[in-house]
Design a protein around this ligand. Structure first.
Ligand SMILES: [Zn+2]
Ligand SMILES: [Zn+2]
Length: 220
């Protein structure tokens, strides 16, 4: 399957599930990347070198990876990072101290997962805008296109076609109005006069509101 086709296909699948379709695809792709990385690290010395160059992962991705488990791979990864750091510390002299990345982490290469995620995100944003020019995809988007605000802004900023811009706004407004209604319902039922009413779909609207505003946190 061509890259663009697989992007469209994955977006179509994500549209049938809850939440922002770009975030959903990104979560799946990042998880796959991390699984491969855990596997490769044990078998491929180049992955180890890349990870040393980036001084490991950023905080978010280090904990995401930790939550995926695999104590053996983690032991190998961190034993290697720690040994590398100790070697640098031992050979450090006053003269070289200023230029060594371990003292200036901002000079290290970016977290490899962040880099991969940024590339994937761009591919999916471009893919979404291209797919929105197809009639069949537009119909599916109308039913499940609840973009988080960061991806709504990114997608809207890439669209030049007025008709597609209108569609993005129309679908987003539908989604936002529905969510706002659920939040209002939660607030109403929090009033003691309505405390006897059973909770409905609005009970987790506050969590979906945070997801809408900034995108999801890690994996679901
Ligand atoms: Zn998103
Ligand atoms: Zn990262």
């Amino acid at each position: 399957m061509a890259v663009r086709d697989s992007v469209t296909y994955n977006l179509e699948q994500a549209l049938t599930e809850e939440g922002c379709p770009v975030c959903r695809c990104l979560t799946t792709m990042t998880r796959r990347y991390l699984e491969n990385l855990l596997y490769e690290f044990v078998n491929d010395p180049r992955t180890r070198d890349r990870l040393r160059a980036s001084a490991g992962f950023c905080r978010e991705h280090a904990w995401t990876l930790q939550q995926m488990g695999d104590p053996l791979a983690h032991s190998i990864i961190y034993a290697d990072l720690i040994d590398g750091f100790c070697q640098e510390l031992r050979k450090t002299t006053n003269a070289s101290r200023r230029s060594i990345p371990i003292f200036h982490p901002e000079k290290a290469e970016a977290c490899p997962v962040c880099r991969e995620e940024t590339e994937t995100e761009e591919r999916y944003e471009v893919g979404l805008v291209k797919a929105l020019h197809q009639k069949a995809f537009r119909q599916k988007y109308r039913q499940g296109g609840s973009l988080c605000l960061p991806h709504f802004r990114a997608a809207y900023g890439r669209v030049r076609d007025g008709e597609v811009q209108d569609l993005l706004i129309e679908v987003e407004l539908d989604y936002l109005s529905h969510l706002s209604g659920e939040l209002q319902e939660f607030i109403r039922k929090s009033d003691y006069r309505y405390a006897g009413e059973l909770p409905g779909t609005e009970r987790d609207a506050w969590i979906r509101a945070v997801q809408l505003w900034v995108g999801p946190l890690g994996f679901k």
